[in-house]
Write a protein that binds this ligand. Structure first.
Ligand code: NI
Length: 167
């Protein structure tokens, strides 16, 4: 089932998400719906708070809309970051038609549970490391636009306010 994606500045995007205490059939269904929604929107990652569910659940597939062969479903993910900071252009399904350069760490060790409750871990670099940081930020109520300069953020907010008042 396709899920509606909350749009900034929806306050639910700014809440800290709670850990998943048990992988129930409802959680599995939510994960499947999140994957379907991510693919339908040509995204490479989606976090549960973006669909209005304040739980620590993330889906990622950086292989892109044509391949879709690197799906990772992460329950209660934790990151250990290392390496230098580097700039990478990002967008977000909750901040429509806006992209900006954001500083992220080069490497991320990802630890999480899978949908069977087993622990999983992997080392990420490149786009996967960036995406993992972006999605895990969502679980703490942080958006990529929280990392851009104050001036850029003011310009974005002004543009969105104008759009909202034109409705
Ligand atoms: Ni996002």
């Amino acid at each position: 089932m396709l899920l509606p994606i909350l749009q900034y500045p929806d306050p639910r995007l700014l809440q800290k998400a709670e850990p998943v205490t048990e992988v129930t059939p409802e959680i599995r269904e939510l994960a499947a719906d999140m994957v379907e929604t991510m693919y339908a929107r040509d995204g490479i990652g989606l976090a549960a708070p973006q669909v209005g569910v304040p739980l620590r659940l993330v889906v990622i597939d950086i292989s892109g809309p044509d391949a879709r062969e690197d799906l990772r479903i992460l329950v209660n993910p934790r990151l250990t970051l290392s390496g230098a900071s580097q700039e990478c252009e990002e967008g977000c399904l909750s901040v429509n038609s806006y992209r900006a350069k954001v500083e992220r760490r080069e490497f991320a060790r990802v630890e999480a549970q899978d949908l069977d409750g087993n622990m999983l871990s992997f080392d990420a670099d490149g786009l996967l490391a960036v995406c993992a940081q972006h999605e895990c930020d969502h679980l703490d109520g942080v958006l990529f636009i929280d990392h851009i300069s104050r001036l850029k953020r003011q310009m974005l907010d002004r543009k969105l306010n104008k759009k909202a008042s034109a409705k």
